[in-house]
Ligand binder design. Structure first.
Ligand code: NI
Ligand code: MN
Length: 226
């Protein structure tokens, strides 16, 4: 069954396959890219919400969307715990890097990411990347991270079809490092994210040009099929 990947601005994506709608890092309200594309959190109806780490620009609207929809939170252990204690949302599926969890749509594996993870000063566990197995496709969202050589291992272990990579520099890889990441991961298609949302992470996306990899730089609201 084919899947579609829709970019919602910054690091937020909606991945749909059959009856499942998987929302990743849903920072919508206050996200200039999402807002200028007319995307509203209230219009999103996920069955699952996958969170890579605890920063405000990734947790975003997740508490409100989870409350409205009852969607399952798939996230690092401490984030799931926080949803239980802070938001009384118990439908969660926790993991940590190196492990994976079964889901209704397939599976989410958590990978290493080199970054930090807190929310309002509260420790939110280790930051992660996620590998989604959904509808016969394998999609790696690297979360916020530096370049690290174990991305080669992620490529070998999971053989992703699509790699979603931050390229905005300052808090994550810049475009040249992200191009190396894409080559190491070896997915056929790479989607850049986490850039040009605000001036501090403005970069020239044309510098993200991994050799032998198809780059799909999506505008907010645009989608591809896999
Ligand atoms: Ni972050
Ligand atoms: Mn971020």
């Amino acid at each position: 069954m084919p899947s579609s990947i829709r970019f919602l601005g910054h690091a937020a994506f909606m991945i749909e396959s059959g009856d499942y709608r998987v929302l990743i890092d849903p920072f919508i309200s206050g996200n200039p890219s999402a807002e200028s594309a007319g995307i509203n959190a209230e219009d999103l109806h996920p069955t699952h919400i996958v969170l890579t780490h605890g920063h405000e620009d990734h947790i975003g609207d997740a508490p409100a969307i989870a409350k409205r929809t009852g969607a399952q939170i798939v996230a690092p252990y401490e984030i799931c715990q926080w949803f239980g204690t802070e938001h009384k949302h118990e439908n969660s599926n926790p993991g940590n890097p190196g492990g994976g969890v079964p889901t209704d749509f397939g599976r989410v594996d958590f990978t290493h990411a080199i970054h930090s993870s807190s929310y309002g000063g509260v420790y939110m566990g280790d930051p992660t990347g996620v590998v989604l197995s959904i509808g016969g496709a394998t999609i790696y969202h690297a979360g916020d991270t530096s370049l690290f050589s174990d991305m080669k291992l992620i490529g070998e272990q999971f053989r992703p079809d699509v790699a979603i990579l931050p390229i905005g520099d300052r808090f994550t890889m810049g475009p040249k490092q992200a191009a190396t990441a894409a080559e190491w991961i070896g997915a056929k298609t790479a989607i850049p994210c986490h850039y040009n949302t605000w001036p501090p992470i403005e970069v020239d996306v044309s510098q993200f040009s991994p050799s032998g990899i198809e780059v799909r730089a999506l505008g907010a609201g645009e989608s591809i099929e896999v």
